[in-house]
Design a binder for this molecule. Structure first.
Ligand code: FES
Length: 566
């Protein structure tokens, strides 16, 4: 038993050199908050609250916290809420990705340092759930994930709008001159109209599904809309369950295993999940010493069909998936492909969970495995001379007509260069070219922003071009779509082959062969390599320095080297 067998408030005493004094002082100060000694004798359930005025997706967390506390109290525990860092996706500079690991450290250390027998993780917006699962896995205290749940789409002028695939659709129309300023301002006010995470199968929704597929969230909870009463009931049930886990622990390291990680990958592939999910799941698995190989991802992708028809790969929204049967319906279809012996935070094995009676399933949204939406999984890893350690393509949200070809590279050396030239009338570019962005990876100084969705050059967009092959070491939003090759590793900023590409080079893409190659002879590459100088300056101090000194490449999930489990 951890902590010398101590439970509840007696865990992890503050060091005064006298344990009895420490406990006496702690109880005294706890009683100053008005708790009775009976309450203070209960199992303690921490509630990690990531609400913030800078996080619209978590604006309903006060209600969720109350529901979770209600469940803990009803089951005989003592709920103690504590704040952690919050990461509101669109409020952080340069990108939330830079701070995921910082939040994971906060979560891990506060779980470990404070006296709790179990913890409820309240997260939702893109990086918050990965950060919480990474931190909880490292702390290895029994944990239940409760997610924010998705926003509802809004009815607007005869169509449904939901963040953020529709954000991008309308912005592309505005850039192409198809709609005016006044109309894009109207759209702006109607894209995100409720609490909750982005309404499509973006990163937040994918991570919610992964939390449930891993077994870290209670069954059936991933897709419940943020504003639905079931979301509050899920928080209450999670509170009850956390007390049971406090009394009879199942630790994250017993739930997050090589087998449950494969289950989560299968689910991510079957739902047409976000490319970001590969980074995050790799980082979560790394915290328990499990490696996610991109080669294995391809094997799983080849044998996992896309079953869910959600934007950005399909047509519907997360609230539709909830009404259609949720992630449970998807997992039942995948049952023969899953490892059913995996333990879950609910206390059941996955097999026991899936043996429960099937509820209503809307087959227009969750297809049977015999009639999938697509025969192969949504994500695929590419390797080759341009990406020796791999790159990712979301083939379910890309144009298959662009998958087997070579093209002329049009190279942008940085985000600044991209912004300066992409819409220039004299940019030498055709729809058959491959747009290449360098120096937007984890160690670029930009911290791997969601810039991989390079805009179609304005003059081509106005001519009606909707998609082109785009290649970078950046990420892209889970709500985005297009023939976009991302996460190229090693990145340009550390001298990966991407750094050597020049405008006019030929690049070969074959999704069928899983290849992405820089078609330049080795002597020329050697010459360029000898001339290459890192464009990056390491910051002198603070978290930015810690990040730059320790962040790993995309194929290792961009965790810090000292946080992964050896
Ligand atoms: Fe929070 Fe999209 S901005 S999930």
């Amino acid at each position: 038993m951890a902590d010398g067998g101590r439970r509840g408030l007696a865990r992890g005493l503050t060091s005064y050199g006298d344990a009895d004094f420490s406990l006496y002082l702690r109880r005294s100060f706890a009683r100053s908050m008005g708790y009775s000694s009976e309450m203070l004798a209960r199992p303690v359930v921490g509630i990690a609250d990531s609400a913030s005025g800078f996080n619209n997706c978590h604006r309903h967390f006060p209600e969720l916290v109350e529901a979770a506390k209600r469940g803990v109290l009803a089951a005989g525990g003592l709920p103690l809420v504590f704040p952690t860092i919050s990461l509101g996706e669109v409020f952080l500079h340069p990108t939330s990705m830079m701070f995921r690991n910082l939040m994971s450290i906060d979560v891990e250390e506060m779980i470990r340092a404070q006296p709790m027998d179990a913890v409820i993780l309240l997260g939702g917006c893109d990086k918050t759930v990965p950060a919480q699962l990474m931190g909880a896995a490292s702390a290895d205290v029994p944990a239940v994930q409760v997610v924010a749940g998705p926003m509802m789409p809004a009815r607007w002028q005869g169509e449904r709008l939901g963040a953020c695939t529709d954000c991008r659709r309308f912005w592309a129309m505005y850039r192409a001159g198809a709609i005016e300023r006044r109309r894009i301002e109207e759209v702006e006010g109607n894209l995100a109209t409720t609490a909750g995470t982005c309404a499509v199968m973006g990163t937040a929704s994918t991570m919610a599904a992964i939390a449930e597929a891993l077994g870290m969230a209670l069954p059936g909870t991933a897709a419940i809309p943020a504003v639905h009463a079931d979301r509050l009931r899920a928080a209450e049930a999670s509170g009850r369950r956390a007390v049971e886990l406090a009394r009879d622990p199942i630790r994250p390291s017993q739930i997050i295993t090589a087998r449950s990680v494969e289950n989560a990958l299968r689910v991510a592939l079957a739902i047409g999940g976000s490319t970001n999910a590969i980074l995050h799941l790799t980082a979560i698995a790394g915290r328990v010493g499990v490696e996610v190989s991109l080669g294995r991802l391809n094997e799983l992708s080849d044998s996992t069909p896309v079953l869910v028809d959600l934007k950005p790969s399909g047509e519907h929204y997360m609230s539709d998936l909830f009404a259609a049967g949720g992630i449970g319906a998807v997992m039942r279809e995948l049952e023969e492909l899953l490892h059913l012996d995996c333990r879950t935070a609910s206390g059941e094995t996955l097999g026991e969970r899936l043996a429960a009676p099937t509820g209503y399933v809307d087959r227009g949204i969750v297809r049977p495995i015999t009639e999938p939406y697509r025969r192969e999984g949504g994500l695929v890893a590419l390797f080759g001379t341009l990406a020796p350690q791999g790159a990712i393509l979301k083939r379910s949200a890309a144009d298959p007509g662009l998958f087997e070809r070579a093209g002329r590279a049009v190279v942008f050396s940085s985000l600044e260069d991209l912004a300066a030239r992409i819409d220039a009338p004299d940019l030498d570019v055709t729809p058959d070219d491959f747009l290449v962005l360098q120096n937007a990876g984890p160690r670029s100084g930009a911290a791997m922003p969601e810039a991989g969705y390079l805009p179609i050059p304005a003059k081509l967009a106005r001519a009606g071009v909707k998609d082109m092959v785009r290649i970078s070491d950046a990420r892209m939003s889970g709500t985005a779509y297009g023939t976009i090759v991302l996460h190229v590793a090693p990145e340009a900023a550390v001298g990966g082959p991407l750094a050597l590409a020049r405008t006019g080079d030929r690049i070969g893409l074959s999704v069928k062969a899983r290849r992405i190659d820089l078609l330049v002879d080795e002597a020329e590459l050697a010459r360029r390599r000898a001339q290459w100088r890192s464009p990056v300056r390491t910051p002198a101090r603070g978290y930015a320095k810690l990040y730059m000194d320790h962040v790993l490449q995309a194929d290792a999930g961009c965790d810090f080297d000292f946080l992964i489990k050896a």
